[in-house]
Design a protein around this ligand. Sequence first.
Ligand SMILES: NC(=O)C1=CN([C@@H]2O[C@H](COP(=O)(O)OP(=O)(O)OC[C@H]3O[C@@H](n4cnc5c(N)ncnc54)[C@H](OP(=O)(O)O)[C@@H]3O)[C@@H](O)[C@H]2O)C=CC1
Ligand SMILES: O=C(O)[C@@H]1CCC=N1
Length: 275
Amino acid sequence: MTHSLDIGGSLLLLGAGKMGGAMLEGWLALGLAPGNVAVLDPHLPAAAAAQLAEAGIAVNPSLAFLGTPAVVLLAIKPQVMEAALPSVAPLFGPDTLAVSIMAGKTIAGIAALLPPRTAIVRAMPNTPAAIGRGITAAVPNGFVTPAQKEAADALLRATGALEWIDDESLIDAVTAVSGSGPAYVFHLVEALAAAGSAAGLPADLAMRLARATVAGSGELLHRSDQPAGTLRQNVTSPGGTTAAALAVLMGEGGLASLMEKAVLAAKKRAGELAS
Ligand SMILES: NC(=O)C1=CN([C@@H]2O[C@H](COP(=O)(O)OP(=O)(O)OC[C@H]3O[C@@H](n4cnc5c(N)ncnc54)[C@H](OP(=O)(O)O)[C@@H]3O)[C@@H](O)[C@H]2O)C=CC1
Ligand SMILES: O=C(O)[C@@H]1CCC=N1
């Protein structure tokens, strides 16, 4: 394979769980050279570690043998940041870029655990990154050079759409909308399937219908340039069944107010994770 995803050096992935693992999967598929990747995750299941090692990735190598990485992706849980970062901080060189995807953790909080003047990009991706269909919002600190921003851009854009923003204070709301958002959509499938069962359908048929409906609607939205409201109206015959359902969903205390509460709860939690 030609290694087309070039970040000007090596990548160190700190934490190869659901999100870090999904991003790595996407990058390897797009041509990031495995020989330029090291993964540090002391709790990685043996099968996952063996698979990565087989692909040519250094898995939990001794830190003494690691060179200075071009990019360190911080994909650990926010709750372990204080414990985990000091062990990798000595690996940072003056040109090393930290890309954090940790919910809640601020650039200032991350910088306090890394060498002075470290270039940091705080990013918020989502799990459709695994299939190149994620969306990430990212904000750089003042030490990120144009070349480092380019490397971060290449990495993050390889997993889907990318929105650079200037205002770090927006990231907790981004987290609440698109970072956590896939879970809301998957829960919609669960709720629609359960409602189908309650309406008399066999549970397995209800789940197949709900799953295909959400996946198909997502794909239609993806391929269409119509606003979501127009696509909704296209389903809604005047005086028909959809209108009856939407009167409930769009009525008082319906989905919009529930979603607002949910997003605000997620944003509040992101703020709590900062400390
Ligand atoms: N999941 C998602 O959809 C998204 C997650 N994020 C962010 O990504 C980060 C990771 O989340 P997620 O992938 O879901 O979590 P996971 O728990 O799946 O992944 C984190 C991984 O890091 C491992 N780990 C724990 N301690 C260390 C350490 N000291 N050094 C290296 N690795 C360590 C964990 O092991 P163990 O589990 O055994 O502790 C786990 O394998 C979080 O900060 C989250 O906020 C951002 C956007 C979306
Ligand atoms: O639930 C979380 O905290 C992480 C951040 C966004 C998605 N998952």
